[in-house]
Ligand binder design. Structure first.
Ligand code: ADP
Ligand code: MG
Length: 242
């Protein structure tokens, strides 16, 4: 099976700060990789390198066989292959739920207005919000906004979905509706990289769990195995506090 994401000895520095250090990582199609680790360990940076929001300092990073160092045209293509969902939803506040989704389809995928509208409505239904198409973000709950954000990321038909603490800003009772949408995506074989503290999601939906520490992959294994028997003392300590 060929990897859809390949980190080859990747380092990322911000000035003197080494945020990723010589990371080697292959992620195959259909994997759901859950990424955990202390604050500042480089989780967000690792995600942001995959979709070109940050450029790597050294090594190479391939997404679906194309290098992030391959120039602007290829980088644009890579960005279209990787949908990203952030902790703070980041919806366009002046657009309705439907317009938020249709925007990328029209401007990134070049879809016509009518086709984009139909497809956006289908995506809203997929995330359980078929009746909210005309609502603005401020008229939606946090959980609903995050589901719109997932639909918006899906609208550009990505091959990989990247989630950066997608439920951390949500009240407990709203987290589940977002996790359920993510679970459904996993069942549809979407390749996903998910930074989260939701260990039950990691166990039930994750196919692989990675614990990061100081910019390095410290543990990489099956979620149930490594959560129940952390092979690393710092990970054990970390899990006691999530
Ligand atoms: P995590 O998501 O695991 O909390 P991050 O990847 O956000 O970690 O950050 C790792 C380290 O890199 C932190 O020390 C953070 O302050 C630093 N960092 C992240 N982005 C930048 C940036 N754009 N400029 C400078 N330092 C950054
Ligand atoms: Mg982070």
């Amino acid at each position: 099976m060929s990897a859809i994401i390949e980190f080859k000895n990747v380092s990322k520095h911000f000035g003197p700060l080494k945020v990723l250090e010589e990371v080697d990582l292959e992620i195959n199609r259909g994997e759901v990789v859950v990424l955990i680790g202390p604050s500042g360990s480089g989780k967000s940076t690792l995600l942001r390198c995959i979709n070109g929001l940050e450029m790597i300092t050294s090594g190479d990073l391939l997404v679906d066989g194309q290098s992030v160092k391959g120039g602007n045209k290829i980088l644009r293509e890579i960005r279209q292959e990787a949908g990203m969902v952030f902790q703070q939803f980041n919806l366009f506040p002046q657009m309705t739920a439907l317009e938020n989704i249709a925007f990328g389809q029209r401007h990134v995928r070049g879809m016509g207005r009518k086709a984009a509208k139909i497809s956006a409505q289908e995506l809203l239904e997929k995330v359980g919000l078929g009746d909210k198409s005309q609502h603005y973000p401020h008229e939606l709950s946090g959980g609903q906004q995050q589901r719109v954000a997932i639909a918006r990321a899906l609208a550009i038909k990505p091959k990989v979905m990247l989630f950066d603490e997608p439920t951390s800003a949500l009240d407990p009772e709203l987290k589940q509706e977002v996790l359920n949408v993510m679970r459904q995506l996993a069942e549809e074989q979407m390749t996903m990289v998910v930074v989260t503290h939701e260990m039950s999601f990691a166990k039930q939906v994750g196919t692989r769990l990675i614990f990061m520490e100081h910019g390095k992959i410290a543990v990489d294994g099956s979620p149930a195995d490594v959560i129940d028997n952390p092979p690393n003392e710092r990970m054990e300590d970390f899990l006691r506090h999530v």
